[in-house]
Design a protein around this ligand. Structure first.
Ligand code: SF4
Ligand code: SF4
Length: 263
């Protein structure tokens, strides 16, 4: 509101201050530099998510104290909680920033990069370790031949439903961030174990089943799970991680006892 001479009506502004969104962001300029906190304010609009606020900061990167700064860096892709790329810690909870709505968050909103992966810059982390673990467990299905084998083997509806649940993993890293055992490559983590379950339930490509089990039986293997069950609580895709851990624990014990008979 303005007065008749065009100046802002300060009394009105005092009564109805423009709503602001306050953010504290844990930043790091490069992998070797120290982390620091920086605060930003953004004009409020309804229905914003974290990504749209980061985009506002990117347009005019000025911190709350008036200092011009560099734009905050983050990763994003699908913007519909399917790719997992925009995962970060929002108000202390690991989650996707695209589905974190400002209207549902306490302020000031704190944003931090995940801690279980090396920071590349600001909110971007390097999740290569997750993909290396998928290679370790051979997370692909070998074909049983290139000739026409006719219709594929049948699965029960229960098996189809369980496999579908595992297929929804988006390699976001939430379960690994929450797992107290996942650190310094000492534990392969629940995500890779669930993918062993997913792949080994497939009726095709049986040649690699034992290799997948052996992929989770090494020093960083399934035996390092402490059964805290944090992983299943934070998985945004509701993947039954503890069931996968239970089943693969059983499979690895059987393989350890009797696997040599197959050779
Ligand atoms: S049950 Fe606990 S230790 Fe095991 S994978 Fe889940 S969070 Fe980690
Ligand atoms: S199992 Fe769930 S939390 Fe873990 S990486 Fe996959 S989608 Fe993310």
């Amino acid at each position: 509101m303005s007065t008749s001479n065009g100046n802002p009506d300060t009394r009105s502004l005092k009564r109805n201050p423009p709503k602001l969104i306050e953010m504290r962001i844990r930043r790091r300029d490069n992998p070797d530099s120290p982390a620091y906190w920086q605060e930003f304010t953004i004009p409020y609009r309804p229905n914003l998510n974290i990504i749209s606020c980061l985009m506002e900061i990117q347009k005019d990167p000025v911190a709350k104290d008036g200092q011009r700064t560099t734009p905050v860096a983050w990763s994003m892709s699908c913007l519909e909680q399917v790719c997992g790329t925009c995962t970060m810690i929002v108000n202390g909870k690991v989650r996707q920033s695209c589905s974190a709505l400002i209207d549902q968050l306490d302020q000031p909103i704190t944003l931090e990069p995940m801690t279980k992966f090396p920071t590349v810059r600001d909110l971007i982390v390097d999740r290569t370790r997750m993909f290396d673990h998928l290679k370790q467990i051979k997370a692909w299905i070998d074909i049983d031949g290139t000739h026409d084998l006719g219709p594929g083997p049948k699965m029960t509806q229960d098996e189809v439903a369980e496999r579908y649940a595992y297929s929804r993993c988006m390699t976001c890293g939430c379960c690994l961030e929450a797992c107290p055992q996942y650190d310094d490559n000492q534990f392969i983590g629940p995500q890779a174990i669930a993918q062993v379950r997913y792949m080994n339930m497939h009726p095709t490509g049986v040649m690699s089943r034992d290799e997948r089990l052996e992929g989770i039986m090494g020093d960083n293997g399934i035996q390092n799970c402490g059964d805290a069950q944090n992983c299943v609580r934070v998985c945004p895709m509701s993947i039954p991680l503890t069931k996968a851990i239970y089943e693969e624990n059983r499979e690895t014990i059987i393989h350890g006892l009797f696997g040599w008979l197959k050779r």
